[in-house]
Design a protein around this ligand. Structure first.
Ligand SMILES: *[C@@H]1O[C@H](CO)[C@@H](O)[C@H](O)[C@H]1NC(C)=O
Ligand SMILES: *[C@@H]1O[C@H](CO)[C@@H](O)[C@H](O)[C@H]1NC(C)=O
Ligand SMILES: *[C@@H]1O[C@H](CO)[C@@H](O)[C@H](O)[C@H]1NC(C)=O
Ligand SMILES: *[C@@H]1O[C@H](CO)[C@@H](O)[C@H](O)[C@H]1NC(C)=O
Length: 418
């Protein structure tokens, strides 16, 4: 998979060096939210320093052409390829039925005992345009049905109210093709699809969630697939219908970019991890061939509450991206499975994450819950009857090589005990 294994030094590519200047403008926000929040607040017991100013990151992107013909194999002496792994307890994993197709950058939503799995790349040159369903009750796959032809195939935003699944924007087609602004709703009871008003402009992998009757869409990458977007919109929705004709602008997110987890819990909206920058189509390529660009993966956690101002919560134990459908909430903890972290400092290869991370929503502390059977990104996660499940994604090359290789459809579960 070119997209994943894109070696920075490969002579096949004219590597475009790219420099992201991050202009960090600190601003002091009104951060007395803990003291002013209601007594039912989930954060009230926390001592986390809430008057810490957050940095407003204004990405400034400057592109430089830089031929790297004479690139030499990097000297990897001294930096262990597995340096980014965190110490983690072993967990017992059980392999379950394999998904009908392998998927990278797919999407998933759990409704009761069913995990609806959408779209994704099968290979870098082939994308899926259907839904598969995993039944947690009898641990089988089935129920395949088509997506609308106009719906994006990867980098989707998705949220549910427990019956309707709202699907926004994303990349249309394989490789590094352009995005669509089209949005859809699936009624999971009738399997009928409906249209929603399109986004003002399309995005790649924006943070998406339903909150207080509105579908919120923020961040993601802009139309070039690389430049981080800060815009945030919302749309009033009910029972699968848009109650408004147009998306409403909302407070921009302090840091943009795709592939973060976006969660609503205890009436707060959280955006977790993610990255700035992503692969882009090679200029002039008729197949929109993916070419690697610089990426910055981050560990930031942002939150919106009643005040509708972004507040920063304690960061993840390490930078983590490609986690938009890799999380569940269990017993007031958010569990995140796998992802990608910062690239290897010497080889510049992408480094995958192989831990389950836990964010305790009462104390706002992060911990490492355990090891996964391998490192994996864009995995799709569900929780049923005490078991945490993950399926699909792109896994590592082996225990000693955390760079991405095979796109898989395998399904695994472990008994959680929090
Ligand atoms: C908050 O701080 C108080 C006093 O320092 C301490 O007793 C308490 O355990 C802390 N609570 C948390 C959740 O850290
Ligand atoms: C890298 O570190 C891990 C964990 O400490 C160790 O198991 C592994 O053998 C090391 N690999 C190399 C190549 O040194
Ligand atoms: C899931 O599996 C259970 C047990 O076999 C079955 O009763 C149920 O109908 C299945 N659900 C769907 C939607 O297939
Ligand atoms: C969640 O909490 C309930 C009630 O305390 C407990 O029975 C259950 O085992 C917990 N679940 C996990 C996954 O730890």
């Amino acid at each position: 998979m070119a997209r994943a294994s894109g070696k920075p030094g490969s002579k096949k590519y004219l590597v475009l060096g790219l420099c992201i200047g991050l202009l960090a403008v600190a601003f002091i926000a009104d951060f007395l939210w803990a003291s002013s929040s209601s007594s039912s607040s989930m954060y009230i017991t926390s001592n986390w320093s809430v008057d810490k100013p957050i940095d407003r990151i204004v990405p400034k992107i400057e592109k430089k052409l830089e031929a790297t013909k004479d690139h030499k194999a990097p000297n990897t002496d001294g930096v262990n390829a597995t340096f980014a792994d965190l110490p983690a307890p072993q967990l017992q994993w059980e392999e379950m039925a394999e998904a009908p197709v392998p998927r990278l950058d797919g999407a998933a939503i759990q409704i009761k005992n069913l995990l609806y799995v959408f779209a994704g790349y099968g290979t870098i040159d082939y994308v899926h345009s259907h839904v598969d369903i995993y039944n947690f009750t009898d641990n089988t796959w089935g129920g395949r049905f088509d997506m609308p032809k106009e719906m994006a195939h990867s980098h989707l935003g998705m949220a549910t109210d427990g019956r309707y699944i709202y699907v926004v924007t994303g990349q249309y087609g394989p490789q590094c093709r352009g995005p669509t602004a089209r949005n859809f709703v699936l009624d999971t009871e009738t399997k009928q699809w409906r249209d929603l008003p399109p986004l003002p402009v399309p995005r790649y992998a924006p943070a998406t969630q339903l909150w207080r009757g509105r579908l919120h869409v923020m961040g993601g990458s802009k139309e070039d697939r690389h430049e981080p977007a800060l815009e945030h919109w919302s749309l009033a929705v009910k029972n699968g219908n848009a109650l408004e004709k147009e998306w409403r602008p909302e407070i921009p997110i302090p840091r943009g970019g795709p592939h973060r987890a976006c969660v609503v819990v205890n009436d707060r909206l959280l955006a977790i991890g993610g990255q700035e920058g992503d692969f882009m189509a090679k200029p002039g390529s008729p197949i929109f061939k993916c070419a690697r660009r610089s990426e910055v993966v981050y560990s930031d956690v942002y939150m919106l509450d009643d005040e509708m101002k972004w507040k920063q919560l304690p960061p993840m134990p390490k930078p983590d991206s490609h986690i938009e459908f890799a999380w569940v909430i269990v017993n007031n903890s958010l569990i995140i499975a796998g992802g990608t972290t910062e690239k290897h400092p010497v080889t510049k290869k992408m480094v995958l994450v192989g831990e389950l991370l836990q964010f305790h929503l009462d104390t706002l502390e992060w911990s490492v819950l355990g090891k996964m059977p391998f490192r994996i990104k864009t995995t799709l996660v569900g929780f049923w009857n005490g078991w945490l499940y993950f399926t699909s994604g792109q896994r590592d090359r082996g225990p000693n090589d955390p760079s991405p290789k095979k796109v898989i459809g395998s399904t695994w579960r472990t008994k959680l005990s929090l």
